[in-house]
Design a protein around this ligand. Structure first.
Ligand SMILES: Cc1ncc(COP(=O)(O)O)c(C=O)c1O
Length: 348
């Protein structure tokens, strides 16, 4: 194959993170309470569904359930195969090839991926000290679209809500607020979608809802923007089983509430445990903690993997030198992680 056959804008894109180790996964910020218990009965019922038929092209059932939950209209929502799909839809709808999307750095790596695979230019603006948002710099960059994620992945902090609102108010173009970890934070921008001409908020069933394997995500915006994005979505992209499971999970709050309680309680204890081992954890409003290691983080992560626990290394990225990220586990999981980390540090 000749290199020039490949579109120039995608030639240098690497494969996504795909670790081959067999270990306890504390590297993907998924739900540590196991799969959402509503799935058992939903998946049983699905065996008798007429799955020879297509789903509704725009997942109307889930959009109606979301509308009821948030007090918005079904047409405010676009649903997709994970929030990754809805991010892709946003760029396909609003970004011409060659146009620029601006995002804070460091943040979720797939934001840049979706911009690039759609032929856009991805430009980043460094977060300031304490991983704070720099609204002036984001606005001054003059991109067509601004995307930011709060709480931010991988730094785990929420951005100041006035800074985010200022970006939405002052930017003349779409602003995407990715709230994949929104359930773990104190504040959401979801209630504001009808107040702004340019605000899109994305969320997922992969984290607090414990359904990452079923791939369901959604976004909300004002009706005019949502109508345009709905046209671009691949019809039927969300399968009927996942849609049905998401509706049941949305209506059955006990597991999500238990998850959020657990995370809020355990993340403080986990951070203290990390500190006691010489790590420097950053404040978290998410279900994961980023921490700086006193020794090379790549070594810590690989030695932990040898002991059967996988966390994610970010140590090779600028501003995240020697940083690693771990999911906040159950009390038992966190104790296991800390005791293995202690062994690694003692053997250093
Ligand atoms: C910030 C952020 N946005 C979006 C996603 C994608 O989530 P989904 O599983 O809904 O595609 C993730 C997944 O880790 C994430 O961290």
């Amino acid at each position: 194959m000749k290199a020039e056959w490949i579109r120039a804008t995608v030639r240098d894109i690497p494969l996504y993170y795909n670790p081959k180790v067999k270990a306890v996964r504390m590297d993907t910020s998924t739900n540590v309470l196991g799969p959402n218990p509503v799935l058992r009965s939903v998946l049983n019922d699905c065996a008798d569904m007429d799955l020879n038929q297509y789903p509704k092209p725009y997942s109307d059932g889930l959009r109606e359930a979301l509308a009821e939950f948030y007090g918005l209209k079904a047409d405010n929502f676009v649903v997709g195969n994970g929030s990754d799909e809805v991010l892709d839809i946003i760029f396909k709808t609003f970004m011409e090839a060659g146009e620029t999307v601006v995002a804070p750095y460091p943040s979720y790596s797939l934001h840049g991926f979706f911009v690039k695979i759609n032929g856009g230019c991805f430009m980043t603006v460094d977060l300031s000290d304490g991983f704070r948002l720099d609204p002036d710099a984001l606005l001054k960059a003059k991109g067509k679209i601004i995307i930011l994620c709060t709480p931010n992945n991988p730094t785990a902090n929420s951005f100041n809500e006035r800074d985010v609102e200022r970006v939405v108010r002052e930017h003349d173009g779409p602003v995407i607020v990715d709230e994949a970890y929104g359930e773990f934070a104190d504040r959401s921008f979801m209630p504001l979608v009808d107040d702004y001409e340019n605000l899109i908020v994305t969320r997922t069933f992969s984290k607090a809802y414990g359904m990452a394997g079923l791939r369901v995500g959604y976004m909300a915006s004002n009706l005019a923007m949502a109508e345009q994005m709905q046209k671009i979505k691949i019809p039927y992209s969300l399968n009927r089983v996942s849609e049905r499971a998401a509706i049941a999970a949305l209506q059955n709050r006990e597991y999500v509430e238990r998850t959020v309680d657990l995370v809020r309680r355990e993340r403080e204890k986990l951070s203290k445990g990390l500190e006691a081992l010489g790590m420097r954890p950053y404040p978290s409003q998410s279900n994961f903690v980023l921490f700086r290691c006193p020794v090379p983080s790549s070594e810590i992560v690989s030695r932990l993997a040898d002991k059967g626990v996988l966390i994610r290394d970010f140590g090779r990225q600028r501003m995240l030198e020697d940083c690693a990220r771990t999911t906040v586990g159950t009390e038992e999981l966190n104790m296991m992680l800390l005791s293995k980390l202690k062994e690694v540090m003692e053997a250093w």
